[in-house]
Design a protein around this ligand. Structure first.
Ligand SMILES: NC(=O)c1ccc[n+]([C@@H]2O[C@H](COP(=O)([O-])OP(=O)(O)OC[C@H]3O[C@@H](n4cnc5c(N)ncnc54)[C@H](O)[C@@H]3O)[C@@H](O)[C@H]2O)c1
Length: 352
């Protein structure tokens, strides 16, 4: 299996990120599996149909299940319906569950596979930019519970994640931009010369260029972002240290998303992350925050707080806690250099 990158813990390869030019290409990575169950988001039915054809030709497909996905249906009940389906169609410990869709689909399918018969193998074909650079890499799986995001779940790695930029050509522009925010976040954490390139490509697309016209550059950028995430996860799978860096902008973002839900207004996770990163940057370097603001705007992302900062405090307090009421804030020294600092939310707000 030709991998772009691997998640390696204590010398053992736990997961691979692989790539190809078209969705059906995933069939080329299924040599080691005898029986495949596939679950797909109904909004990606055309991409899934190409994969289904390829799997039928190889005689490996046992069952295929379309799923209507939304944050509201990202629940334990939906996961139970997946367990029912796996059981009814005879999935055994030899089964591979292949999930095709965005982060909601991969989070739920990964969780379903992780608990079915104490864990069967699973793999992902992420179809959103956000899932290709973030959600489908790193092994966090789960569902929402009592309106709390990702409250139930496990960390268990997919066998592999198959990246194919072609599927992004059908993604709505707003969902594409949501993933753009996570891509920019990744390169602010670890640049490797990719941040500037990502701003250029994403700005071009925000200005109307087609995804197809940037397919090769996107492939390289997505691979680079996936490699950054895989590297961080390899060093800290269970988020006891370095993996926290991936939460750059997220304390503010969670506050914004919580408030938006209360206010009945609509903001995507990536939009909230973009605004959150600008706030995080302001904590250390106002000039850098200004530069990021200009870059993010060009990439079609919002940068201004939609609610007064003080009104986000309660929701921000719910974020990942350190000792003594402090929160792990991720701060930016410069592009490619971030660190965590424990502060109370009140201390952070006072600095802004
Ligand atoms: N596990 C993790 O580490 C991790 C990290 C970040 C986010 N997440 C989770 O990911 C979810 C968000 O992921 P997402 O933004 O991919 O959301 P999503 O799965 O809801 O996809 C966004 C929308 O795009 C549609 N869609 C997906 N691919 C498409 C395509 N190629 N063409 C047309 N339409 C397409 C979907 O049906 C949906 O309407 C959240 O639930 C979040 O909690 C998980």
């Amino acid at each position: 299996m030709q991998a772009i990158t691997e998640i390696i813990v204590e010398g053992k390869v736990l997961s691979r990120v692989v790539s190809g030019t078209d969705p059906a290409g995933v069939a080329g990575f299924l040599e080691d599996y005898r029986k495949v169950w596939m679950v797909f988001d109904t909004n990606v039915a055309t991409h899934a149909a190409r994969i289904e054809d390829a799997l039928r030709q190889s005689g490996k497909l046992v069952a295929a299940l379309p799923l209507n996905v939304s944050e509201e249906s990202k629940t334990i009940e939906t996961v139970l319906s997946l367990e029912d389906w796996l059981l009814a169609t005879g999935a055994d410990r030899d089964a591979l569950l292949l999930a095709i869709g965005g982060g909601i689909t991969t989070d739920m399918a990964g969780f379903a596979a992780s608990v079915y018969k104490r864990g069967i193998r699973f793999a992902f074909v992420p179809t959103t930019l956000l899932a290709q650079v973030d959600a489908a890499i790193g092994g966090k799986t789960g569902v929402n519970f009592h309106s709390l995001k990702n409250m139930l779940g496990v960390i268990r790695q997919p066998d592999f994640t198959y990246i194919c930029p072609e599927v992004l050509e059908t993604l709505p522009a707003r969902d594409f931009r949501s993933g753009a925010a996570e891509m920019l976040k990744t390169f602010i954490i670890e640049d490797g010369g990719n941040y500037e390139k990502a701003v250029r490509v994403l700005s071009d697309i925000a200005a109307g260029a087609s995804i197809a016209s940037h397919r090769n550059e996107l492939q390289q950028l997505i691979s680079a972002a996936a490699a950054v995430k895989a590297g961080v996860v390899s060093r800290d799978q269970f988020e006891s240290g370095e993996r926290r860096k991936l939460n750059l902008g997220h304390t503010f973002a969670h506050g914004i998303e919580w408030k938006a839900r209360e206010a009945g207004s609509d903001i995507t996770h990536g939009e909230a992350v973009a605004i959150g990163i600008i706030q995080a940057a302001k904590l250390t370097d106002k000039a850098l925050a200004g530069r990021l603001q200009s870059d993010f705007s060009k990439a079609g992302l919002p940068t201004e707080l939609p609610f007064p900062l003080e009104s986000l405090a309660d929701a921000m307090l719910k974020d990942k806690k350190a000792e003594g009421g402090k929160v792990h804030f991720v701060l930016i020294r410069s592009i490619g250099d971030v660190y965590t600092e424990d502060m109370t939310v009140a201390e952070a707000i006072a600095k802004l």
